[in-house]
Design a binder for this molecule. Structure first.
Ligand SMILES: Nc1ncnc2c1ncn2[C@@H]1O[C@H](COP(=O)(O)OP(=O)(O)O)[C@@H](O)[C@H]1O
Ligand SMILES: [Mg+2]
Length: 243
């Protein structure tokens, strides 16, 4: 059973078709990336995987269950594209708030919070109010929160926007370790080509459709190009690093 299975998914907002006919399967223990221009439908698609939006047609199963499903939700760590944090609380209080939602022992909570804060380089800023955090720090806190309950599936919507290259490197090393050593399934959306290159499988999304799917190197071979960027351009994507 694939971790995520989607077939003929459709979504419209009013008369506008956002997702056309999306079918894909994501096996356990992969890093699966969605890349595509702003407005392509990436966020809409990952929101459906966490049951925050419902398809108009088609099927979507996560761990064999149709979403939203409570027991599956506790196995997903979701990092939204815009941070959902409490600005008047400290970083620590924010993480604790979300950690309370899961049935972890006090000792385990403490251990997981320490791990997640350390990973994103926020250990020494946890006492500060989130309203004093920079945009990048808020992204890092959101990432820590998505990881805190040690979920089987991580769904990260543009996780490294506003994060400096060194920390981005550390975060990617950890994502790869979580996949290799703990068989986590990790789904990311990204605008950044070097991140796309690190995915096991990549789906290029444009106008609500998957135009190409495969391992980064296999995609390059089949399109007879040297870089992912060229495939992106060939499939009609307008690559915009600034979005
Ligand atoms: N709640 C909504 N109501 C109407 N249109 C929406 C809504 N959410 C997203 N859209 C539209 O759907 C399209 C795809 O958006 P999105 O999934 O956020 O794309 P991406 O994440 O690839 O940038 C965009 O044109 C966006 O304006
Ligand atoms: Mg998006």
């Amino acid at each position: 059973m694939p971790t995520i299975h989607i077939s003929h998914l459709m979504k419209q907002y009013g008369s506008r078709v956002i997702l056309r006919d999306v079918s894909l399967s994501i096996p356990k223990g992969q890093i699966y990336g969605f890349i595509g221009p702003s407005g392509a439908g990436k966020t809409t698609l990952v929101k459906m995987m966490v049951g925050m939006d419902t398809p108009d047609a088609g099927q979507l199963y996560v761990l064999g269950e149709q979403m939203p499903n409570m027991s599956v939700l506790s196995k997903i760590g979701y990092m939204a594209q815009s941070d959902a944090l409490y600005p008047e609380l400290s970083g620590l209080e924010n993480i604790q708030f979300f950690t309370e939602l899961y049935s972890l022992s006090k000792a385990r909570q403490k251990e997981r919070i320490a791990y997640a804060a350390e990973l994103v380089g926020l250990s020494s800023d946890l006492q500060r109010k989130v309203s004093t955090y920079s945009g990048g720090m808020k992204r890092r806190l959101s990432l820590a929160i998505s990881l805190v309950h040690d979920p089987e599936i991580l769904i990260l919507d543009e996780p490294t926007v506003g994060i400096d290259p060194k920390l981005r490197q550390i975060i990617w090393q950890e994502l790869i370790r979580l996949k290799d050593e703990k068989q986590k399934t990790i789904i990311v959306t990204t605008h950044v080509m070097d991140e796309a290159q690190r995915c096991d499988c990549l789906a290029m999304v444009r106008e609500g459709q998957i135009l190409a799917e495969g391992a980064p190197d296999a995609l390059k071979t089949s399109y007879q190009v040297e870089t992912l960027e060229e495939i992106f351009l060939q499939t009609g994507g307008v690559h915009d690093e600034n979005v």
